[in-house]
Design a protein around this ligand. Structure first.
Ligand SMILES: *[C@@H]1O[C@H](CO)[C@@H](O)[C@H](O)[C@H]1NC(C)=O
Ligand SMILES: *[C@@H]1O[C@H](CO)[C@@H](O)[C@H](O)[C@H]1NC(C)=O
Length: 363
């Protein structure tokens, strides 16, 4: 890039060092802005972005072992039903096989049908195997409850990348229609969440047994990164539950003023194998975050997982400078493994990688 002083200077002498400085620093500044555009954007987020408006009704969640359903419904201001509602669990699946098994084992007693769709391309338009179909034998324990659909994806034109949010929206629309083939009826409950957003059994019991729950309610989930060893915060609100009716749409956006507190677990990037990280990082909706090739280096990924650091080398998405500074750096690890899914604790050997001290992954 040839950069020249903008205007010829009329005076000579003392101005020269300044022109030279400009000659050096202006290009560095421009290149810097260009290279770190995204980072600077995140750093200044508190100036340009506002947090989503707070929920008007945050519903406290009451639960302890062996307390009767009748008492629990009453504590929420609801009444107890004479028979349980049917619950349908609907997810769009990519490649999270271990988390899927954990989810279905944990939810099995409460769910009428597990509705699952997958596509033969990623949200970024890359052809991919039908991971669920290929591994269906692993889910034989739930076979009679599974309703599986395949949504043919769109392959991106070579050299271009599909807009991930468009393909994601198309898959959600497909799910909205597909759900009707699952045998759902008006008045049943439907859970709308990602595979790695797992509602707690205590949440499902309230949905089954209590009358008076809001027709649409978001579920607040505790957010973990890589495993239950790294709790991030409680800010997940996107999952929702609906009393099914003709107006139902499968969306992941804000749809209600009601939020049930501590309603489940969101374990993001919770994989057993490094190669699954690489796949997810390239298939992910925010695939533009893979800015450098070495982001996909297995040794780097392993190091970052054990530190609880950020795979994409990004700043936290926060809306105040105070939160931004608080969240910078790695997620502090916890030695607690209480209040986690029962199936995980019962099968701790099989799921070491999700528990404290289990950060080493296999290739
Ligand atoms: C819960 O109730 C069952 C049967 O009613 C009883 O066997 C069990 O000991 C109780 N557990 C606790 C933690 O109180
Ligand atoms: C995806 O599936 C559809 C329908 O079976 C097929 O026409 C299409 O070629 C497949 N795409 C890829 C990338 O495999």
């Amino acid at each position: 890039m040839a950069v020249r002083p903008l205007r010829p200077t009329s005076r000579r002498g003392p101005r020269k060092p300044i022109s030279i400085l400009l000659l050096i620093f202006v290009p560095i500044f421009v290149i810097g802005i260009y290279a770190y555009f995204q980072e600077i954007g995140y750093l200044l987020r508190p100036l340009w972005d506002k947090p989503p408006p707070p929920f008007k009704h945050i519903i406290p969640h009451y639960y302890a072992e062996n307390v009767s359903m009748e008492h629990l419904c009453h504590l929420h201001g609801w009444s107890m039903r004479s028979e349980p509602r049917r619950i349908f669990d609907a997810i769009i699946f990519s490649n999270e096989l271990d988390i899927l098994e954990l989810r279905w084992r944990e939810l099995y007693p409460y769910i009428t049908k597990f509705v699952i769709i997958e596509s033969n391309t990623t949200f970024t338009g890359i052809p991919k195997p039908l991971f669920f179909e290929l591994n269906r034998a692993r889910f034989a324990f739930a076979e009679e409850k599974i309703v599986h659909g395949v949504n043919p994806g769109q392959v991106a034109t070579p050299g271009f990348r599909e807009e991930p949010f468009i393909l994601e929206r198309q898959q959600r629309a497909f799910m909205g229609k597909f759900i009707r083939s699952s045998g759902i009826s008006n008045g049943d409950i439907i859970i709308v969440s990602d595979t790695d957003e797992i509602p707690r059994p205590s949440t499902l019991k309230l949905l089954q047994w209590c009358d008076g729950i809001p027709p649409v309610m978001h579920l607040q989930m505790k957010h973990y990164l890589y495993s239950f060893e790294f709790p991030v915060d409680y800010y997940i609100w996107q999952p929702s539950v609906h009393i099914y009716g003709p107006w139902f749409g499968y969306r992941h956006s804000r749809q209600s003023e009601f939020l049930l507190a501590e309603a489940g677990w969101h374990c993001s990037f919770c994989f057993r194998r490094i190669q699954e990280y690489v796949f997810k990082m390239t298939a992910y909706s925010h695939a533009d975050r893979v800015r450098r090739k070495d982001f996909l280096d297995p040794a780097r990924i392993q190091r970052i997982i054990c530190r609880g650091d950020d795979l994409f080398d990004m700043l936290p998405e926060e809306y105040t400078f105070q939160d931004l500074i608080k969240k910078m750096g790695p997620v502090p690890r916890t030695a607690s493994a209480v209040h986690l899914p029962a199936y995980l604790i019962e099968n701790a050997d099989k799921y070491r990688f999700l528990l404290p001290g289990g950060c080493l992954r296999i290739k």
